[in-house]
Ligand binder design. Structure first.
Ligand code: XMP
Length: 513
């Protein structure tokens, strides 16, 4: 965005994302940037106010995170939260000390009567706030006043009213701070003079204008999977550049039953000319004889790239590649996070190699999954599409244990359709994050009628999750599970046993491979 009214510097608190969420819910657009963002880059966003987030470190630690000190001299209104408060105190000459004991939990905020503080507008003394800190302010810097205290924190909120600098020891962004949203909104409205005019409609308009300006009359390649994110990106681009969008949908032969038809029908309804590439034989041929999960993923990832490269060469003037990268994907790579181990090589169209020299367009980089859904509705995407469960790039290949064959893919597709039907019929589809079946390639003995059977096993996997990073198995009523099991065994030839996965993540992952 050209103008970002509030910039949030991220010092690594697990709550930073919530600051952005609360402000945007209040109609105030903001962006989160790493704590060490260069001052020129912050200035380029033309902010009207800065928020310093919390963080796990102590300001006195050897490797403590410090921002470019120029931000304190910009003359902009500033709000420090927890670690952010300690940074402000330290910079302006106050004293921060380790607390005798860590304060964690609810506290009552008591206003200092002598200051009529606009940041507390429409909230009252005695409100409950959420504390979670080790260090605390012991002596205020010159020019700062106490504006509120709590039982355990003499300086629960402080301010330099002349400089418009405020700081809270507590976390207004968390659910348990009962007036927290109002406090953040007050900072934006009364201290920074930012009006609450932002909404998904204005976001869409701005993104469309940005894309138009950036792309001009060049072409943009966009990989479409049928999932929410790539569909929203394609729709935004189509609004912006019309037929200069080249949307490519690769049928790798690993889609669910009727999925290709559904995706094609949806794009038709949106009046976007989708290019479907049928690469079934290519993918299944390369997967022949492969049983190792990582090898399967690598082969699929590489084959996607080959298909894209081939398709791109058929069009002139493609200079850009659009991707549905979300904020949650970006935050993983922000500098305050340490390196993490590869559990699975996740891939989507994003993992393109250097030799594909497209410039990237990522219009969803700053927003969250549920905001993407709201944006999709704004752009006229159908509701059933917006609510679809996530589906992995490698498709059904990672839901067949061992070698992927057309026989096993049939078992998977047929059992998956039954499970989805039953979930929807019982009003449970929207309550779970993801639900699917897995073909285990384990044979067991059964009895049907008077006959012995010796057939394959299907596992039903249903999880509840907020972001896919952690998950719990869904507590589905037993009668629904029973119906799913009975129907799969009766209707899918080749399955005589159905099991339910009761593993959460961690220690399991959501997909089986
Ligand atoms: P796991 O199995 O790692 O999955 O717990 C977490 C979420 O990510 C999805 N997933 C993928 N999505 N490409 C994707 O686009 C992939 O390679 C991939 N692998 C897993 C999975 O379905 C779940 O929602």
């Amino acid at each position: 965005m050209d103008h970002v009214p509030i910039v949030v510097l991220d010092f690594g608190s697990q709550y930073t994302q919530l600051i952005a969420r609360k402000l945007r819910e209040s109609g105030v657009y903001c962006e989160i940037v790493p704590y060490n963002e260069k001052i020129e880059d912050i200035k380029a966003k033309k902010p009207q106010g800065i928020i310093l987030s919390g963080g796990p470190a102590s300001v006195y630690a050897k490797d403590a995170y410090h921002p470019d000190s120029g931000i304190f001299e910009l003359g902009l209104p500033m709000l420090g939260i927890c670690y952010g408060m300690q940074l402000i105190t330290q910079y302006f000459g106050g004293v921060v000390v380790p607390a005798d004991h860590h304060e964690y939990g609810k506290a009552e905020l008591e206003f200092s009567d002598e200051f009529a503080c606009q940041i507390f507008n429409n909230t009252s003394s005695g409100q409950i706030v959420w504390m979670s800190h080790g260090d605390r302010v012991d002596m205020l810097p010159d020019g700062f006043e106490r504006i509120a205290r709590s039982t355990n924190s003499p300086y629960a909120a402080i301010a330099n009213l002349d400089k418009n600098i405020y700081a809270f020891q507590f976390h207004p962004e968390v659910y348990h701070s009962e007036k927290g949203t109002a406090l953040l909104k007050n900072f934006a409205k009364y201290i920074c003079n930012v009006e609450s005019t932002w909404n998904m409609g204005s976001f869409a308009k701005e993104q469309i204008a940005n894309i138009k300006e950036k792309v001009g009359d060049k072409k943009v390649l966009c990989g479409v999977s049928g999932g929410v994110d790539s569909s929203v990106v394609a729709t935004l681009l189509h609004e912006a550049i019309g037929d200069n969008l080249v949307p490519i949908f690769v049928d790798q032969g690993l889609l669910r039953a009727n999925e290709r038809e559904q995706v094609e029908a949806m794009f038709k309804r949106l009046e976007i000319d989708l290019i479907t590439v049928d690469a079934t034989e290519e993918f299944l041929g390369k997967l022949k004889g492969i049983t190792d999960p990582e090898q399967k993923r690598k082969i699929i990832g590489e084959t996607f790239i080959e298909v894209f490269d081939r398709e791109a060469k058929k069009h002139d003037d493609i200079e850009f590649l659009a991707q549905g990268t979300l904020y949650t994907d970006v935050i993983e790579s922000v500098s305050v996070k340490g390196p993490s181990k590869t559990i699975k090589s996740h891939h989507n169209v994003g993992g393109l190699p250097d030799w594909m020299t497209f410039e990237l367009i990522e219009p969803l980089r700053e927003i969250f999954k549920d905001e993407v859904r709201a944006l999709g509705l704004e752009l006229g995407l159908p509701r059933d599409m917006i609510g679809r469960h996530p589906f992995p790039g490698p498709g059904l290949a990672i839901r067949v244990m061992g070698e992927v064959t057309t026989g096993e893919l049939r078992l998977l597709r047929e059992s998956d359709v039954i499970m989805q039907e039953e979930l929807k019929a019982n009003g449970l589809y929207d309550q779970v994050w993801q639900a699917f079946t897995v073909v285990l390639n384990v044979k067991s003995v059964g009895v049907m009628g008077d006959n012995r059977t010796y057939d394959n096993t299907v596992c039903v996997r249903m999880v509840e999750s907020v972001d896919g990073m952690t998950a719990t198995f869904a507590h589905i009523p037993h009668d629904v599970l029973e119906r799913i099991s009975t129907r799969i065994i009766n209707e899918v030839d080749g399955i005589n046993r159905v099991v339910y996965d009761i593993t959460s993540k961690p220690p399991g992952t959501i997909e089986w491979e």
